[in-house]
Design a protein around this ligand. Sequence first.
Ligand code: 1GP
Length: 252
Amino acid sequence: MSMLGHVEKYLLEKIKADGSIHMTLIDPEKVTVSQATTIAENAKTSGTAAMMIGGSTFVSQEHLDNVVKAIKETVKIPTILFPNNITGISRHADAIWFMSLLNSVDPYFLVGAQILGAPLVKKYGLEPIPMGYIIVGDGGTAGIVGKAIAVPYDKPELAAAHALAGQYLGMRFIYLEGGSGAKTPVPTEMIRTVKNFSEAYLIVGGGIKTKEQALAATSAGADIIVTGNVVESTDSKQKIAEIINGIKRTQP
Ligand code: 1GP
């Protein structure tokens, strides 16, 4: 499809080839430029498909720019912004999850920030990838900042209804967000229900720390799993490698 940009095409091809893929999330607020460089290098060596950059609270745009630039200079895999606001946009990235928080009660997070951000995305030549963001479980900081009514883990059919609405609105990716550092990752039953209901590519993140949890998510239907916190641990290199090896070819 000619509408698809380079990064999205790359992701779809990689999902097709590998079954499911892993992305590494860097929260610019939590790392220095040199730490971001090390994380990106380690993640790339372990076989991560792309780098996501974003966090739930405010970070200076100068620092965000420096982090994105450093990652780009270090690794060739795509850099995809994961913005919580218009301040999460950097001209140095390759692409941006052009996302709407589908269960927010605040119109700003549904479409307001997107209206303010869209001209910047165009001006900077960032590739927008349409994504519906759904906060589930306890939702963590993202749920509070985004004023979301989080979908409880025991209501998978509600998460599926959100996902289907996102798909019908034209979103090609759906993200089930358990919240960064969630004690319990998104349950497999919820992943399975959403996957059976909606045809959008499914991203799952929040609290995934082990290869068993990653494999459970991909086996249930996640096309992309995202890990953030785990990269900050001391043995991050080994952990990411384990997670990536653990999910290989789970959905041939
Ligand atoms: C948060 O889903 C991501 O937005 C990743 O969560 O930091 O818990 O890996 P973790």
